[in-house]
Design a protein around this ligand. Structure first.
Ligand code: SAH
Ligand code: SF4
Length: 514
C-alpha cells in the first residue's frame, strides 16, 4: 500500500484543524508531554516530502515532532525551508528514480543558499548509503529508517560545517543478530498530536522489520530483522494517543498478524494486544496492516469479530493467484492456503472487507499464470487491490536468481487488465451500501475541497466506514473527528457519496413530560 503525504496536506490539516478547534489545541498543549517540555518558538522552517508506506508516514511524523522541539515548523515551500528532508521508498525502482530527480532539482536552491540543509531519509538512504553522496554531492545527510532519532543532531552537525553526515543501520550480514536488531530499532518517542495530519487518527508501530525474505522484496534489507515491540510500550503509547483525543489507531507491521513478543515464559500475540487496546477509553476504532495470509488464524479472526472496536477490514496481500509464481516469490503459501483463509474470514466475519496487493509480470510469469491471478481476484472479490508491475531490486534473491524477462508492455497490459477486473468488483461491492446509513469517522476536508482551496466552515468532507471505504459529503469542518451517521446516496468504484443524517432532537422539556 503506498501513500504520498504532501506538506500541503500536513500544513493544511494542522492549520485547518487547530484553527477550528482551539479547545482541542489547548487540551493537547496541556498534555503531560508538552507541559513537561514546552515547545520552543518556531524559528526555522522544515520542508519534508514523504513517499512509500504507512511506516514512512509514521517516521515522518516522528521526525517532524523531534525537529519541532528544536524550533522547526513546517513549510510547504522548499525554497523558504532551512532544512529539506526527503523520506524515501525503495520498494520499486520508479520511486527511487523519482527521489533522485527531485533531489537534482534542489541544486539551484542549494547554490543560492548553501546553508540550506538537504537530507535523504528512509529506505533508499539505508539501501544506497554513501552512493547517494556520490550521485548528489550537495546532499548533507543520509539517514536510514533505524537511525531517525539522530536527525536533529545530524542537522546541527551539518549546520556547524560537518558535511555528508551518514547514519545507517547494520546490514543483515554485518555482525551478530542482536547488534543488527538494535541498529534497526526505530525511535517512537512520546507522541505529539500537532504532528499528525489529523489528531484523532494515528499509526502505532507494533513490529519492526521483516524476516520473510520474499524474493522480490527489499524491505528485509532496509528495515532489518523482524522485532515485536514490547506490549507495555505499545499500550502506553495507545493511552497517550487516546488522552490526546485520538479515536482511531492503525497498528503497523510488515506482517502485523505475525506479531509476537516473548518475555520470560509469556508470549504476547496480536489477538492479546487487540484485547488490551480495546479496553482503552477514547479509542473507538482499531485497524492493523499489513497481514500475512498464513498467520490469519481462527483465533485472531474470532478476536476481531468479538471486539466491536476492531474494524472488519483486513489487508492481506495475495501477490499472485498462481502456485508456481508464489513459489518463485517464496511467499510460503499456496493459493489453496489463501482460499481457505478467505473461507475462514467469510465464515467468522461475513461482512469483512478484504483488500490485497498484487505484483504482475514477476519473473517467468506466463499468460496462464497471470490468468490465475485474475481468477483469484474474481473469486475473492476484494474491496480493493494495489497492483504493482514487478520491479527488479538489486540486493534481493529474485534479482540474483531470476531473469526479469517480462516485457514492460506486457507488465503494463496485465496491470490494466487486472485493474479493470478489480474496479468492476469495487463498484459492485460498493453498490451494496447504496441507501444504507453507516457510521463514518470524519477525517477532514476532502482532497477535492483542498484542491479547490475551499475556505469557511462549509466544505466537502471525507471520512471512512468501519470497513475502510471512503465517503464524501457536503459538510462542515466542525464535523472533523466525530463519528457520524451518513446516508449513502450514490456510489462509484473508489468513493461513496452521502449525506449526514441529522436526528430530530426532542427538546429536554418534552422528554421530561413523557
Ligand atoms: N509487508 C507487506 C508488503 C510491503 S511492500 C506484505 O508482505 O504484504 C508493499 C507491496 O509492494 C507488496 O505487497 C508488493 O505487492 C509490492 N512490491 C514489493 N516489492 C516489489 C517489487 N520488487 N516490485 C513490484 N512490487 C513490489
Ligand atoms: Fe517484503 Fe515479503 Fe516481508 Fe512483505 S513479507 S515486507 S513482501 S519480504
Amino acid at each position: 500500500m503506498s501513500v504520498y503525504l504532501s506538506n500541503e496536506r500536513l500544513e493544511l490539516s494542522y492549520q485547518t484543524f487547530f484553527a477550528h478547534f482551539p479547545n482541542h489545541y489547548r487540551a493537547f498543549s496541556m498534555s503531560e508531554s508538552t507541559v513537561a517540555n514546552p515547545l520552543p518558538a518556531i524559528t526555522k522552517r522544515l520542508y519534508i516530502e514523504t513517499v512509500g508506506c504507512q511506516m514512512n508516514v509514521l517516521d515522518s511524523e516522528m521526525v517532524v515532532a523531534a525537529l519541532r522541539k528544536s524550533g522547526y515548523g513546517i513549510t510547504k515551500h522548499a525554497a523558504e525551508a532551512d532544512a529539506i528532508l526527503f523520506n524515501t521508498c525503495s520498494v520499486r525502482e520508479h520511486a527511487e528514480e523519482k527521489a533522485y530527480n527531485n533531489l537534482f532539482h534542489l541544486k539551484q536552491l542549494k547554490l543560492a543558499n548553501p546553508e540550506k540543509i538537504i537530507g535523504v531519509m528512509g529506505c533508499m538512504a539505508q539501501k544506497d548509503q554513501k552512493a547517494i553522496f556520490d550521485r548528489v554531492p550537495f546532499v548533507d545527510l543520509v539517514v536510514g529508517p533505524g537511525q531517525l532519532h539522530r536527525i536533529p543532531e545530524l542537522i546541527a552537525n551539518a549546520q556547524a560545517g560537518e558535511k555528508q553526515q551518514l547514519a545507517v543501520s547494520l546490514s543483515r550480514r554485518e555482525g551478530n543478530v542482536e547488534d543488527i536488531k538494535r541498529s534497526h530499532e526505530t525511535f517512537d518517542p512520546l507522541r505529539d498530536p500537532e504532528m499528525r495530519p489529523t489528531p484523532f487518527q494515528a499509526y502505532l508501530r507494533i513490529q519492526i522489520g521483516c524476516d520473510k525474505f520474499c524474493t522480490y522484496c527489499i524491505v528485509p534489507m532496509t528495515r532489518g530483522p523482524e522485532q515485536g515491540r514490547a506490549p507495555n510500550q505499545i499500550i502506553d503509547e495507545a493511552r497517550v494517543l487516546a488522552d490526546q483525543g485520538c479515536k482511531e489507531i492503525v497498528l503497523l507491521g510488515q506482517t502485523v498478524n505475525s506479531y509476537r513478543h516473548v518475555q520470560g515464559d509469556k508470549t504476547t500475540r496480536l489477538s492479546d494486544l487487540l484485547r488490551s487496546l480495546h479496553e482503552i477509553d477514547g479509542i473507538e476504532r482499531i485497524k492493523f496492516v499489513t497481514n500475512y495470509p498464513k498467520d490469519m488464524t481462527r483465533e485472531l479472526l474470532e478476536t476481531v469479530r468479538d471486539l466491536p472496536k476492531c474494524s472488519p477490514y483486513l489487508h492481506v496481500p495475495a501477490q499472485s493467484g498462481s502456485d508456481n509464481v508464489l513459489k518463485r516469490m517464496k511467499r510460503g503459501y499456496t493459493t489453496a492456503d489463501y482460499y481457505s483463509m478467505m473461507d475462514r474470514i467469510n465464515e467468522i466475519i461475513p461482512h469483512a472487507a478484504v483488500s490485497s496487493d498484487f505484483i504482475v509480470g514477476f519473473c517467468g510469469e506466463t499468460e496462464e499464470e497471470f490468468q490465475m491471478t485474475i481468477d483469484l481476484v474474481r473469486r475473492c472479490r476484494f474491496k480493493n487491490s494495489f497492483i504493482f508491475q514487478y520491479s527488479v531490486r538489486p540486493g534481493t534473491k529474485g534479482a540474483e536468481i531470476y531473469e526479469d524477462d517480462i516485457l514492460e508492455e506486457v507488465k503494463h497490459r496485465r496491470n490494466q487488465e487486472l485493474l479493470e477486473v478489480q474496479n468492476k468488483i469495487c463498484l459492485e461491492e460498493n453498490m451494496k451500501f447504496l441507501g444504507r446509513t453507516v457510521p463514518i469517522l470524519v477525517e477532514g476536508p476532502s482532497k477535492w475541497a483542498m484542491r479547490k482551496q475551499q475556505t469557511g466552515d462549509l466544505r466537502q468532507m471525507t471520512g471512512r466506514t468501519h470497513c475502510d471505504r471512503i465517503v464524501v459529503w457536503e459538510g462542515n469542518i466542525r464535523q472533523a473527528g466525530q463519528i457520524l451517521p451518513v446516508h449513502i446516496d450514490d456510489v462509484f468504484a473508489f468513493t461513496l457519496f452521502g449525506t449526514v443524517e441529522t436526528k430530530e432532537i426532542v427538546p429536554d422539556l418534552v422528554q421530561m413530560r413523557l
